[in-house]
Design a binder for this molecule. Sequence first.
Ligand code: FMN
Length: 398
Amino acid sequence: MAKIALGVASSISIYKACEILRGFQKEGHDVQVIETRNAAALIPPALFDALSGRRTIVELFDDRQPWSVAHVALAKEIALFVVAPATANILAKFACGLADDFLSTFYLAVRTPVLIAPAMNEAMWIHPQTQDNVRRLRERGVEFVEPAGGYLACGDEGQGRLADPQRIIARGLDLLCRGTGLRGKKVLVTAGPTREAMDPVRYLSNRSSGKMGFEVAREALRRGADVVLIAGPVAIAPPSGLEVVPVTSAAEMKEAVDKHFSGADVTVMAAAVADFMFRAPAVRKVKKETLPAGLEIVRTPDILKELGGRKRPGQILVGFAAETNAVEAAARKKLREKNLDLIVANDVSREGTGFEADVNQAVLIDRRGKSRKTDILSKRALAAVIWDAVEGLREKKK
Ligand SMILES: Cc1cc2nc3c(=O)[nH]c(=O)nc-3n(C[C@H](O)[C@H](O)[C@H](O)COP(=O)(O)O)c2cc1C
């Protein structure tokens, strides 16, 4: 049995929150309802009190609550935070980090998975501001069950109806069962490219966007791990709730990895560390008129191989292989040579997947040589497949 916080905002579809509450209870979970003040004007807390068997929380400063700082205390107790229905207003508040009532303050304190089911008039839903808020929340790792199309309470037709409560319950349960496998485990993830300076303005790098590594970190967080994310220079926002160590060069990445590796139960090296660097980067900008005759390029340190050489028993090391031909053979070689437990190989020569894309297709090969090719998946879904495989390996190691 898990404890779930159910946030309820003042949408006309608020009555469906009762079905969602009952659905989680039927699966044996304990539900604490949090209403916004406006929601409490539509359905008074007494109804949710009776259904949940718990006093519904509305006010931030409520001396009837047994906890001293209730939003923080409750945030530590729950395994899942569901907001259904979510208004345009609450999405905007979450996206900006506004914390002027219990529900929005609670959102900032929560470190468990967050699932939001918005409901509103279609014009409000498709408004660029609302869509921007949803995008920002997704980037932070929030999961959504999107509103459905059809007849809206305001009389309009369009997208904006709260998704079917059964779908919301099913997604919540799915997040819950993924939610605990890594609890208490320390996970180290590297992501993004590195930049190797030629001079103070130019560098050598690669096309890695960091999206895959960020999704791997986000999924580990969702499963309860304490996550350190070492990120090269990327244009995307990191998920909240983890420690981010920003680095630029391969040497900096190595230093950061060395610092965190020994304490990690699982290390996933998803960064595309530049293979080459300039032996002696110029201290001043090299003038284009004076192109140096020989810019000497040398290998960067092989971080993954070094880790493979010194990992302790029970520690799991996962590598990535981005290849353009004979992908699987190259990945098997890398798995062996670098003493990895799992390698995730993908063909980066294919259009539309891999670097920069939101989707990826990979072959996962584990240390016993067992391989599995995935379909074309979102990077978020692929991250879940990777963690399922890692958890399978951990169980066998016990
Ligand atoms: C009867 C009624 C129904 C409403 N339904 C919705 C809705 O479905 N979605 C929405 O985003 N706002 C809806 N609103 C507007 C919100 O209640 C309003 O933006 C409010 O400030 C949101 O407060 P809250 O997010 O703190 O609950 C509705 C308002 C009324 C009066």
